[in-house]
Design a protein around this ligand. Structure first.
Ligand code: ATP
Ligand code: MG
Length: 559
């Protein structure tokens, strides 16, 4: 996994070039973009790319960006998703101001326009079943077949369409189709479905409608109603553009937006599809939409990823017209880069091993000064209690160390960060032969972590007082998928069984208990951590946002 990002020049891409050229040519008075989520799931980091692009362009070119819910499919849409999407866009740092819209706001207008198409002989009611329509559509190499209902009279079509609206027919009995060309080379133009019958409760319009417009019939017209100048979407809609343009051309719309397509974000070890994410949640493979292993905005937030890191990532990956897969290491790099600057340092012992300092007086406690941020003196210092009984990291001790191991081992001297040099004198084991305690001595002359005689030690370790530190549960996360290119169809086979590791006996510095769930801290030598919402008054829970270094580099660099 490469951590060094190779970036396209940030801030310039083919879409921004188009926008600039349109402004130079005075095509528009102001740039208007939109982010059009369907409220059928939580937003993921792929959506963040689209959000960054649409809101970013509006900001940079002095225009505005609308948040528009594409709420045309009531069977899958929920208020919870509408709320979470707004919270997530805000958290990312973007603001739609007064420009919050819903495609359902336009249902009345869309319906009128559909009647207009019927009157112009450009739409008809088809009684074929969904399956019959699919079979008659043809293939990339074969033309489709005209529906036997294609030549109904305007009056008959109008009458049937009105009865569809009046809830006279069951789901699936009829659809309204555009009358374009069943032999078109573009399958999207082979009489696409404009309206289908759906008896369902809509989160906003309730039971009012029993017919709903298709994506294609709602999207471009909504853009036109809102005066969108640049309708930016992902490449899978490229083949829909001729239909988008056809509808805008045939309907008396108030403006003529233009659709542009860019490559969606794909990430290694990650699936960015709401269908998959929904199944992960429903199937209980994760703890919910905000499980910190999820690539959702809510998951990233709960994990401790700062919004600035997501924005930095979006900037670095750039915008292109060709599909590609971005190394998840690039996202991790951005997270570390932001947190390294902002996170206060603390000490935590993830897998504790007891140390008793034999020559340290019983009952004595010292307050040792520790810096909160090595590069930011303004972050100040804090005091950490030091005593006779401590915890160190179990991994920092080896009874029979290999040659290059400089941390604690019998007879070896190390520095306890900010405190003293200690030397391991004796190893205490339980009946099973496991090391349960180390008996050590300290050198009182090394207070602050330096020897007056100038002698050196090769390792500095973190530590905590056994009686002053607090117990904590720490959750470590690894990629949700074990495979860099997980299979979107059989994704459960690619799930990483080690994606969550829970450490029940960790210890943290006492003041960490008071940290707010948005304060990401660096636990020295371990990584970045944030308090989880599962914490209670007597049980602290922390999430590891990310380790200090790339997991692979770390294995090599361990000394
Ligand atoms: P999914 O494919 O995950 O189900 P979607 O495209 O159906 O997502 P929408 O709510 O329709 O989800 O998406 C809103 C906007 O976000 C669309 O303009 C879509 O093109 C864009 N978008 C979705 N996924 C990505 C992605 N991976 N990268 C960039 N943009 C994306
Ligand atoms: Mg979609």
């Amino acid at each position: 996994m490469t951590a060094e990002p190779t970036t396209a020049e940030a801030g310039r891409d083919f879409i921004r070039d188009i926008v600039q050229a349109d402004l130079d040519a005075k095509k528009h008075r102001a740039i208007v973009t939109r982010f059009p989520p369907e409220p059928n799931g939580y937003l993921h980091i792929g959506h963040a790319k689209s959000i960054g692009l649409n809101f970013g362009i509006a900001q940079e070119f002095g225009g505005r960006c609308h948040l528009r819910f594409d709420d045309t499919n009531p069977t899958r849409e929920e208020q919870e998703f509408i709320d979470s999407i707004q919270a997530d866009v805000r958290w990312l740092g973007y603001d739609w101001g007064k420009n919050l819209f819903f495609a359902s706001d336009y249902f009345e207008q869309l319906y009128e326009w559909a009647e207009g198409l019927i009157r112009a002989g450009l739409a008809y009611v088809d009684d074929q079943s969904q399956e019959e329509i699919r079979l008659a559509r043809g293939t990339l190499t074969e033309p489709g077949k005209n529906s036997p209902f294609r030549d109904r009279s305007v009056e008959e079509n109008l009458g049937l369409f009105r009865r569809m609206k009046a809830a006279e027919f069951p789901n699936g009995a009829r659809v309204l189709r555009a009358r374009i060309d069943m032999a078109s080379g573009n399958i999207n133009l082979r009489d696409p479905v404009l309206y289908r019958i759906l008896h369902a409760h809509h989160p906003r319009t309730g039971e009012k409608w029993s017919i709903y417009p298709s994506y294609d019939f709602a999207h471009g017209q909504s853009d036109a109603i809102e005066g969108i100048t640049h309708s930016i979407c992902t490449l899978e809609f490229e083949d829909h553009r001729p239909l988008y343009d056809w509808l805008l051309d045939k309907l008396p719309v108030p403006s003529k937006p233009h659709q542009y397509e860019f490559a969606r974000l794909n990430l290694t070890y990650t699936l960015l599809s709401k269908r998959v994410l929904t199944e992960l949640v429903r199937g209980g493979h994760v703890a919910g939409w905000d499980d910190p292993r999820m690539p959702t905005i809510a998951g990233l937030r709960r994990r401790g990823v700062p919004p600035a890191a997501v924005r930095e990532f979006i900037k670095r990956i750039g915008v292109a017209k060709a599909n590609s897969v971005v190394d998840v290491g690039m996202l991790e790099f951005c997270i570390r880069e932001v947190l390294n600057q902002t996170a206060q340092r603390r000490m935590a012992v993830l897998r504790p091993l007891k140390v008793v300092i034999e020559n340290y007086p019983e009952g004595k406690v010292e307050e040792i000064e520790a810096v909160n941020h090595p590069d930011d003196p303004a972050a100040g210092t804090r005091r950490v209690a030091f005593g006779r009984e401590l915890y160190v990291e179990r991994d920092d001790f080896m009874e029979n160390p290999p040659k290059k191991f400089f941390r604690l081992s019998p007879g070896n001297e190390v520095r306890l960060r900010y405190a003293y040099f200690i030397t391991c004198r004796e190893v205490v084991k339980n009946a099973a032969g496991e090391v349960v305690e180390l008996r050590c001595t300290y050198d009182p002359a090394t207070r602050g972590g330096n020897a007056p005689d100038g002698r050196k030690v090769k390792a500095t370790m973190h530590w905590l007082s056994a009686s002053h530190s607090k117990p904590a549960e720490i959750r470590l996360y690894n990629p949700l998928f074990a495979n860099p290119g997980p299979d979107a169809v059989n994704f459960t086979a690619d799930l990483n069984p080690q994606s969550l590791e829970i450490l029940m006996d960790a210890r943290v510095e006492a003041d960490v208990a008071a940290s707010h769930s948005l304060d990401v801290m660096q636990f020295e030598r371990q990584g970045y951590f944030v308090r989880d919402k599962d914490s209670t008054a007597d049980r602290l829970v922390f999430n590891r946002t990310i380790g200090l270094r790339d997991a692979f580099a770390k294995e090599v660099g361990k000394g």
